[in-house]
Ligand binder design. Structure first.
Ligand SMILES: [Zn+2]
Length: 704
């Protein structure tokens, strides 16, 4: 019998494409001592939230009672300004107190946060705070580096693979995030520093009921109302726990949403106030004796860490890093103008980046055609005054240049050509971002680049083509891209998107041809290299595929998807050790890559290294690769390491996923038998026999 059951498993493993998701890792709390009775801190960032869309900022058409109540207890900054209208760079700026051009996180084509940059979480941890975070979008996955300093960083998302663009899988609604937040807060040591990130107002706008109905025709507002309803649960808990008064609460957003203003649908491309003006609300701890009030000056969101430390009277080495002083200046001096930037037009398309500076009256935007707006008379930024008021423009331009020089990074960050792995890029695309890397060098920054304003139609056509590809409307995508090609024949994204479309409809030969055209226009574009390798692999040309994967890794050593594809080629050619090595590379770069854990666990089973198999298969399951065969093999690995109750549990999970998985029935029967649970064993043996005639010979009492 033993021999028989051990021979079962490997025959049935289906190494199918499953879903990939990232992780939940709860590490142990630290033992450092914080000052007794020191205020706890809650930092809330609600993604994509325009300041002018909540009640306490004057908007009448949405119900935000929780935020409005917080505002009544707070110092409310009427002109909070985000430094960059993109999720990851803006959060990196907020949590480090530094400008994007200094910390290096400027868009999503660059590196993760570099190791030398200190974070607010690390500082609070040094001062004995328990530190926890719940983030609600893949964009803030730990692999980008923001988990640093957090005892617990909840970033488990059911992210789609690059073939499956189910947007619902790459973020998490506020209700679930607040559940996780309360779980952590309820058992957190005090004082704590907790960061909650909610993603709901980000597109696509699909608020749950009753908000969907109440805000029919205005789903963006509905998402805000929904997020507010969940914040209400958080604030109610803080009050019930007696923590609300003593806790410092900061609420802000990473950027706004253009909602069609200036021809921009969402955010990231321009830096008008529709995307950089955000709510900024600071509820001081009761111990500070500060009274609620409103502040009119423009203040930067990177001032948040300095403000928190200042309010709590904490001195820490991170202060040397801060690039904006506290929003609550001791001497009441006037705030410096607020800075914003976007590199997105440059790094994804090769057009000019944008930089700006604004004070309480004027907004100056540095671009090939500079812009100046009087925010008092023209809050919608419709009338460019740069030519009419050259003196005002010149002063702000001068101060902008001084700012860029004052905080220039010690050495120009090397343009390593590194970009995101293709599946990361696909997930970012699913979230509405294009994440590519235009064939431009840092030197081109100083040359004549196209003004994003002049490229708006092209930009929107590329976005629409991307949407069409996701919706499998390939004809429309092609028509849109051909129009772009008429104006901009060198645009490398045209063949790239055509190639992705071809892959999706299963035409690997056409995809390979388009990927090759992409690489002629942008020879260092590693995503096109991995794409080409995928197409070649589908065409059975593994040797050539392997060459492109090696080349992709030369340009971007962090491209774990390339390592994953290499592992598949090695497995196909039955070179197990090489496959194991490639999978270990994947996991050293992206420890949350569930499929790599699954495949490594399977390889360990075939090598009869059952303890290692348990480790990887259990991790894959924890990361959401919840396939019935995986649980069956996990059960076998448990059984081989003498953990029969765990084995039973795993077989039952396999059967919950697929009640007809005969192998799991048989394995479960055998485990029951070993545990002396003979009547349960008999039932499972009989079911296994009914499902698979070959297994009838194992039913006790049958003839072998
Ligand atoms: Zn965002």
């Amino acid at each position: 019998m033993d021999q028989a059951s051990s021979a079962l498993p490997l025959t049935v493993m289906a190494r199918r494409i499953a879903i990939l998701l990232s992780a939940l890792l709860l590490s142990a709390p630290v033992a450092a001592q914080a000052r007794r009775g020191a205020p706890s801190i809650v930092l809330i960032t609600i993604d994509t939230l325009r300041a002018d869309r909540i009640g306490c900022y004057g908007y009448q058409q949405v119900k935000t009672p929780a935020m409005d109540a917080l505002c009544r207890d707070s110092i409310v900054f009427d002109r909070g300004i985000a430094q960059v209208p993109l999720t990851w760079p803006s959060h990196a700026a907020i949590l480090t107190g530094t400008y994007p051009f200094w910390n290096g996180v400027q868009d999503f084509t660059g590196q993760p946060l570099r190791p030398g940059v200190d974070t607010l979480a690390e500082a609070m941890k040094r001062h004995g705070y328990a530190t926890g975070a719940v983030v609600s979008s893949f964009v803030l996955d730990r692999s980008f580096g923001m988990a640093r300093g957090f005892d617990s960083y909840y970033d488990a998302f059911k992210a789609s693979t690059f073939l499956e663009k189910d947007i619902g899988l790459v973020d998490r609604p506020a209700g679930e995030s607040v559940d996780e937040a309360l779980k952590w807060l309820k058992r957190a040591r005090r004082p704590f520093f907790f960061w909650l990130h909610l993603y709901d107002p980000h597109s696509p706008y699909n608020p749950p009921e009753p908000f969907r109905t109440e805000y029919r025709g205005r789903p963006y507002d509905g998402e805000i109302a929904y997020a507010d309803s969940q914040l209400a649960r958080l604030f109610a808990w803080l009050k019930r726990a007696g923590l609300y008064d003593s806790t410092l609460i900061v609420l802000t957003s990473d950027h706004g949403e253009s909602l069609g203003e200036h021809g921009e649908r969402e955010h990231g491309f321009f830096i008008y106030n529709s995307t950089v003006h955000v709510p900024l609300v600071l509820k001081p701890p009761a111990s500070s004796r500060l009274k609620p009030r409103r502040e009119a000056a423009a203040v930067e969101t990177i001032a948040i860490p300095a403000t928190i430390l200042g309010l709590l009277g904490i001195r820490d080495a991170i202060e040397k890093q801060f690039q904006a002083p506290s929003m609550l200046p001791a001497g009441g001096e006037e705030a410096a103008p607020a800075y914003s930037q976007t590199m997105y037009p440059f790094s994804s398309f090769g057009w000019s980046p944008l930089h700006s500076l604004e004070n309480s009256q004027y907004h100056y935007i540095e671009a090939p055609e500079a812009e100046l707006y009087d925010l008092h008379s023209d809050p919608g930024e419709q009338h460019n005054l740069a030519a009419e008021q050259p003196a005002v423009a010149a002063v702000l331009k001068q101060r902008l240049e001084e700012r860029l020089q004052q905080f220039a990074p010690p050495q120009r960050a090397q343009d390593s050509g590194a970009s995101l792995s293709p599946d990361t890029a696909a997930k970012l695309r699913a979230l509405g971002y294009l994440a590519y890397h235009a064939p431009v060098s840092a030197a081109m920054l100083n040359s004549k680049l196209a003004d994003p304003k002049a490229k708006l139609a092209e930009f929107n056509a590329i976005l629409q083509a991307t949407d069409s590809i996701q919706l499998r409307d390939f004809a429309r995508a092609r028509a849109l891209l051909e129009k772009v090609r008429e104006q901009d024949p060198q645009m490398y994204l045209i063949p790239f998107l055509l190639a992705e479309g071809a892959m999706l409809r299963g035409d690997a030969a056409a995809a390979a041809a388009e990927f090759k055209k992409t690489l002629e226009l942008n020879p260092e574009f590693d995503q096109a290299m991995t794409g080409l390798a995928r197409a070649l692999h589908a065409l059975g040309m593994d040797d050539e595929a392997r060459q492109w994967l090696d080349k992709a890794l030369q340009f971007n050593p962090r491209n774990y998807r390339a390592w994953y594809q290499i592992a598949w080629i090695e497995m196909k050619q039955r070179r197990e050790e090489a496959a194991v090595g490639a999978l270990e590379k994947v996991l050293s770069i992206q420890p949350n890559f569930g499929l790599a854990h699954r495949d490594l666990g399977m390889l360990r089973i075939s090598q009869q290294d059952y303890p290692a198999a348990v480790q990887h298969l259990a991790r894959a399951a924890q990361l959401g690769v919840e396939e019935a065969p995986l649980y069956n093999f996990l059960g076998i690995a448990y059984s081989r390491t003498n953990r029969l109750p765990k084995a039973v549990e795993s077989y039952r999970k396999a059967l919950a996923g697929n009640p007809k998985l005969a192998e799991a029935r048989l394995n479960l029967a055998y485990a029951y038998q070993q545990l002396g649970r003979s009547s349960e064993a008999r039932v499972e043996y009989q079911t296994a026999c009914r499902l698979e005639a070959n297994f009838c010979k194992y039913v006790p009492g049958s003839q072998r």
